[in-house]
Design a protein around this ligand. Structure first.
Ligand code: DGY
Length: 331
């Protein structure tokens, strides 16, 4: 019997994809760049499963390009805003993600951005490497303390909460806004639940931890940036379009906020002439919040576990579109 066909949009750490090749006919995009829509359409032909990543826009057209063979789209990431979930469900295609596994790793990097932008870590690094440093000086690279400051978290999901735990160690005052209040965690970690407006007005650091859905697109725009303190920093490790980039550029150049730590962009990658990349009060990273060897290895392992479950006829551990079970029950 011919092996089932799998397309993997990006090469992955570890040896799991080699092992997958023993079970299935696996094709991996050999290049270190996201695949285009055209490539996805070509590669989707006749496949049973796709392992996808950030930036792979998988819509109904890509799904139909399989000719009806596609059964599973398994993101090797936690977000799934790259996939048209409704289209997948209608076609009986199972969609999975990798929740939980990257929480602590993303929270580590988010706190790293808080420290980097407020204490000018990246700026100082650039300075010394370019041979500008002429010795210690009491007025050089004066940043702002993190300990004891107010942290505002927008979105108290797993990652927001993991960030709050880290902030406790820095004796920060922590407030949050979420569409769902979490009284248990408030008590456990000493968090203050308040409105989004209060979070924006009162925080020294505002960190955004929401999924990208229609309601969160441009969640932070001109009005929200106006509400922030002129001394505050904005941190984003969620998804670029959650912040209106034009409004952010304006706010930073007009001095409406003090700085930003950005791991995500709209679009990705940002163009080389994106003004944010020219600002010293911005720490810019290439979407690496989950990029530790331990976590990325676990992420692809989870994606493979989800994929093999579906293709073996079992409900996968991390199913996104639960309604699909009624459309195409697994036997
Ligand atoms: C995700 O998993 O959604 C991240 O953005 C990439 O790690």
């Amino acid at each position: 019997m011919a092996k089932m066909k799998i397309y993997v949009t990006r090469d992955q750490p570890g040896t799991i994809l080699q092992n997958l090749g023993k079970l299935y006919d696996v094709k991996v995009n050999p290049e270190d760049r996201p695949v285009s829509k055209g490539e996805l359409i070509t590669e989707a032909k006749g496949v049973d499963g796709i392992i996808a990543c950030v930036g792979d826009r998988i819509d109904g057209e890509v799904m139909d390009a399989s000719g009806g063979s596609l059964k599973a789209i398994c993101n090797a990431i936690v977000g799934y805003d790259n996939i048209d979930i409704k289209a997948a469900t209608e076609r009986g295609i199972y969609v999975t993600n990798t929740p939980g596994v990257l929480t602590e790793t993303v929270a580590d990097l988010t706190f790293g951005l808080i420290l980097a932008v407020s204490r000018k870590i990246a700026e100082g690094d650039r300075y010394i490497r370019t041979g500008k440093w002429r010795g210690w000086g009491p007025k050089q690279f004066l940043g702002f303390d993190v300990h004891g400051k107010a942290l505002g978290i927008i979105g108290l999901g797993r990652i927001g909460l993991a960030l709050a735990r880290r902030a406790r160690g820095f004796t920060m005052k922590i407030m949050y806004f979420d569409v769902r209040r979490n009284i248990e965690m408030e008590k456990k970690w000493g968090l203050l639940f308040t409105t989004m407006e209060n979070v924006l007005r009162e925080s020294d650091f505002v960190s955004v931890h929401v999924p990208l859905i229609p309601q969160t697109r441009n969640l932070i725009g001109t009005n929200e940036l106006e509400m922030m303190k002129e001394t505050a920093f904005l941190i984003n490790t969620s998804r670029g379009p959650v912040i209106n980039e034009k409004a952010l550029i304006q706010a930073l150049t007009d001095g409406k906020i003090r700085g930003a730590g950005l791991d995500v962009w709209d679009p990705e990658p940002p163009s080389a002439n994106n003004p944010l990349l020219g600002l010293d009060n911005v720490v810019a990273l290439p979407h690496i919040a989950s990029a530790s060897i331990e976590t990325r290895t676990k992420m692809i392992e989870m994606a493979v576990e989800n994929l093999t479950s579906i293709l073996d006829g079992r409900i996968p551990p991390h199913l996104v579109n639960k309604d699909v079970i009624n459309v195409r029950p697994l036997s």
